[in-house]
Each structure stands twice: as C-alpha cells, then as structure tokens.
Design a protein around this ligand. Structure first.
Ligand code: ADP
Length: 556
C-alpha cells in the first residue's frame, strides 16, 4: 500500500532535501554546537551537578533542534507526526533542565525533593497525553502539518510556568545575596538562562500562532550564542578546564586536517612530507596539551592555596579578636580585687585597724610589693588588649618632664641601692620645655625602662638622663647590664618578645612592656629605640618626645 505523502520530495539520510536553506543553516550547526557545548562543560567535571544540568539541557535542546530539522525535511505524515510529538514532549524538558541548572549553579545544592516532585507533576500530563489524539488530532496533508489541539499547547503553558519559576528564583536570590562577586555570577546566569528560554519559547509560540516559523528559526541562532555565553559563565566561574578542551580540540582538528591530506596526495615525496608533518603536528600537539594541562593544574593549585590561606587568615583574625576580648575581660576582673587588696593592705600597714607587730608589718609589706607587681602585670595585659582593639584613650596636657622623672627616680632608688646598684638622674641645667603629654602613659613607659635596666643589670649603674635636642626632648636610660644581642634587638619591640638570656635569669617579665611603650610613645608623635654593643656590654634606651607637634589624640 502506498501512503499519501506531502507534495515534495522526501529527504536523504532523514535530513537533506531541498527544503529552505535557512532551516539547514539554523539547525545543523546548532545541534552540533549544542552537543559539543554540553560535552565540553560535562568534561570539566563529572561529579559536578551543575555540569550535568547544563549537559542535559543542551542534549534536550540539541535533540529538539535535530528532530525539528527532520520534521522540516520529512514528507511522510507518519514520520512527521512521530517527530512532532517528540518535539512537543522534549521542549518543556529543556526548561526543566535549565531550572535545575540555575538552581544548582546559584545555591551549589541539589534541587530539593519537593521541588523536583512539583516539576514532575507539572510535566506529567504532557507525558500522558502526547501519544493521544488530545495532542495531535489529525494530519493536514495540504499544509503538510499535524493538527495541534489542547495538549499540544499545554507544553507552552508548562514552559511559561518554568520561565516564571526561574525568574522568581532569581529575584529572590538577588535580594538575599550581598557578595558582589556572587551577584555578578548571578547576573550572568540569569541573563543567559532567561534570554535562552524566552527566545526558545517565544519563537515557538509565535510559529504556532502565525504558522510562520522563520522568526523561530532566526531565534535559534541567538540561542546558540546565549548557550555559549551560559557555558562560558559556568566555566569562567568554576574551572579552567575549558582551556584544555580547547587545546585538545585544536590539536585534534590539526591532526585530522593534516592527516586527510595523505589521501589526496599521490606523489611519494609529498606523501613523505605530509607524513612527517603529520607526525610532528601530533607530537607537538600532545606536548602542547600536556603543558597546558600542567599550567592549569598549577593555577588551580595556586588558587586553592590562596583560598585556604584566606580562610586560615580569617580564622586567625577571629581567634585574635577572641583572645583580645578574653584578655580584656580577664584583666578587668582581676584589677578590681587587686585594687581593693592594695587599699586594705596599706591601711593595715599604716595601723588603721589597730597596732600590728613589726614582723607582721614586714610580711604585709612584702605582700604589698607582690600585689603591686601583680597589678602592674594586669595593667600591662589590659594595655595590650586596649591597643589591639584600638581602644586606648589619651589625655594630652602641656606638662613638665622633670617632676615625672624625679618621682620615678625616688620610686626606684631604694630598690636599686638594696641590690647594690647606683641609680643616677641627670637633668639639664636649663629647664626643659613643657611637652604635650599623657602623664600616666609616659610615666609607665619610662618606669618600665628603669625597671628593665635594674632587672637586667647585675652590677654597676643605671643613669636616667633628659636633654633637649632641637625640637625634641630625649630621655635615655642607660645601664651596664647584660646588653642585647643583635637577634634580640631585631624583635625587641614585638609582643611577648623576651631574650633567651633573660628567660634564664629568673627575673619576672612578660615581654610586653616595650611593645606597649612603643605604641604609647608613637601616639605622642615620638620615637623609642634601643642601643647595645652586644651581650654583656650594657644597653641604652632612648625615648624622644616632640616639644610641640600635631600628635594624634583621642581614642587609638
Ligand atoms: P619584660 O621585661 O617584662 O620581659 P619588656 O618588653 O620590657 O618585657 O622587655 C622585653 C625584653 O627586652 C626583655 O625580656 C629583655 O630580654 C629585653 N630587655 C629589655 N630591657 C633590657 C635591658 N635594659 N637590658 C637587656 N635586655 C633588655
């Protein structure tokens, strides 16, 4: 039996006949490109859900384009009806896969089960009704087109639903995501996916309504560009592998091109020349691929390390903040009872609670000294935590330096004598100018220098000297003590820096005094430095303070 066919010649190899050349132009390269893009992106990583989403979307789309070209070429109603049904079935699948791809790309998670179920439920009626007369009711031989009825249009409904779904998803994400890099990525994906689907569905709906499929066919061109754009965004934001694939494609192309020359050459010399060229191209091509792969592996490794470092840094910063907070909290808690103890102790010693024996007084005096040392230690910790948190308050006032130095000298001289050391204060004959100082802070800095000088000197003397030098006043504390080695010198003003020799000497210390001192002096616009000829040669610490400069004030 001879079935009726449409009024033109049937195709060869399913596709090729003299149908309008635009169909060929728009279809054949497009389904090849769609398949290739899908494969390229998938090869970038088989474990990546996003790559799978893109691959499936491109396969569905490529298949759609292929079936559409068969539909245009065929003249047999049975083939046309079959192919057209499949097209109707596959079309919404492209949307479903793109929805999946978009979700995975943005959230980096699989689509939740309930959303998968919802998508399936929306699609199910299409699947059930495609083979029935409710989709394609009959074939109109004069137009060579199937007669589309209700469920043929349901596919457009699904498509529009999915486009809205995707658009709403993007709107929500744009509201939630604040990170600029991720927003840029989102913009790429949103533009690529929505333009792709809108031109796809738009072209088809327009064709169905007007029976003019030219617009839809032109739309297909744009879609490949958009698909490429989309593929680029996936690759750009996630892997470098596209370079390897591009190199592989280039090398494979060259090998095939040069190799095919062999079949067209008969001349033995040419065969030899082409053969050698072919071998060279193959070897060099393989070397090229290898080197590109190596380079990319290195880049990826670098990127990974940079990322890890960033994470580690962030973690360290957090820990450092926690430490500062802890230090500050603990010191505050310790300071209050120490101050109370100091008060009671001095009243006890003075006899405010009744007469006490000399022995008890002596012991109480010792307790008092230890308590003072502890209070200083706590104060030092507090200073460090305030400096680290940028919360030091300065209170600058025009002040004379001499009384401060005298007070400090008086406070230390007895202790020095007890240890057999000479403590001297050398002030200039001319009175020093008034300086803008935070008295408490300056006292703390110089007191620590004198304390250190006495601590780290076994015999000899310590000299405190002040002199004017142009628009600065220099206060120095010089000792004949253990001196400072070049290694210690390099880290002297760092936090917790104590030399090995000091650690052995069994003198108490935290390695914080000089760190705090440097910060305080710098806040006055001054400098602090240490000089020493080396171990056992004594040391000299010099603090310079400007007579009047715009020093930094307020909280620091
Ligand atoms: P601390 O004295 O509490 O250990 P500092 O920050 O005041 O902390 O001093 C840090 C380190 O610098 C000391 O541990 C010591 O090694 C060294 N140092 C400070 N002053 C002197 C000095 N006058 N002579 C020798 N070494 C010193």
């Amino acid at each position: 039996m001879n079935l009726p066919v449409c009024d033109f010649d049937g195709p060869t190899l399913l596709l090729f006949n003299d149908i309008p050349s635009l169909v060929y132009l728009s279809h054949i390269p497009i389904f090849i490109i769609a398949f290739l893009l899908g494969v390229i992106v998938l090869r970038g990583g088989y474990k990546n859900l996003q790559n799978w989403g893109f691959f499936c979307a491109m396969m569905a789309f490529g298949l759609w384009v292929f079936l559409d070209s068969v539909f245009w070429a065929a003249n047999r109603p049975d083939i046309i009806m079959f192919v057209w049904s499949l097209i109707i079935l596959i079309e919404p699948l492209v949307h479903i896969f793109i929805l999946y791809l978009v979700y995975v790309s943005v959230t980096k998670n699989d689509l939740p089960f309930n959303q998968k179920l919802l998508a399936l439920l929306i699609f199910l009626p299409q699947l059930l009704f495609v083979p029935t007369k409710y989709t394609l009711s009959s074939f109109v031989l004069s137009d060579c087109l199937p007669n589309e009825v209700s469920f043929a249009f349901y596919s457009y409904t699904i498509e529009v639903i999915f486009i809205f779904w995707i658009a709403l998803f993007f709107i929500k994400k744009f509201r939630d995501i604040r990170d600029e890099k991720r927003r840029r990525e989102l913009r790429y994906i949103a533009t690529g996916s929505l333009l792709f689907l809108l031109s796809f569905t738009g072209g088809n709906i327009y064709g169905s309504i007007t029976d003019n499929w030219t617009v839809g066919a032109i739309g297909l061109f744009g879609m490949t560009i958009l698909a490429g754009f989309f593929a680029y965004s996936i690759v750009k934001f996630h892997t470098f592998n596209v370079k390897v694939i591009a190199t592989q494609a280039l090398v494979a192309g060259l090998i095939i091109l040069v190799g095919s020359q062999l079949f067209f050459t008969l001349d033995i010399v040419n065969v030899l020349l082409v053969g050698i060229t072919w071998i060279l191209v193959t070897i060099l091509g393989l070397v090229l691929i290898r080197s590109v792969k190596d380079e990319i592996a290195r880049k990826e490794e670098l990127q990974r390390i940079a990322h890890e470092l960033e994470v580690a840094n962030e973690e360290l910063r957090k820990l450092d903040n926690v430490k500062t907070e802890f230090l500050s909290m603990a010191s505050h808690q310790l300071r209050t009872p120490l101050t109370a103890m100091k008060g009671y102790l001095s009243m006890l010693i003075e006899g405010s609670y009744g007469e006490i024996s000399e022995t008890v007084k002596e012991i109480l005096n010792k307790v008092y000294v230890v308590n003072t040392r502890l209070a200083r230690l706590v104060e030092e910790f507090l200073n460090v935590s305030r400096i680290d948190a940028g919360r030091v308050q300065y209170n600058f006032e025009e002040t004379r330096l001499e009384p401060i130095l005298k007070e400090l000298f008086d406070a230390f001289v007895l202790g020095a004598q007890e240890r057999g050391l000479t403590l001297r204060l050398a002030l200039p004959k001319q009175p020093l100018p008034k300086l803008p100082l935070d008295t408490l802070k300056v006292k703390e800095v110089i007191s620590n220098l004198i304390d250190n000088a006495l601590k780290y000197t076994k015999a000899g003397s310590v000299v405190i000297k002040a002199e004017r030098k142009n628009d600065q006043v220099a206060v120095s504390v010089e000792d004949t003590g253990i001196g400072i080695t070049p290694e210690t010198m390099a880290r002297l003003f760092e936090k917790f820096s104590r030399s090995k020799e000091t650690a052995k000497m069994e003198v108490s210390g935290t390695g914080l005094g000089l760190y705090v001192g440097k910060k305080f002096v710098e806040a006055h616009g001054g400098t602090i430095r240490a000089e020493s000829k080396g171990a056992g040669q004594g040391s000299r610490f010099v603090v310079t303070l400007p007579v009047s400069v715009s020093r930094k004030s307020g909280a620091r």
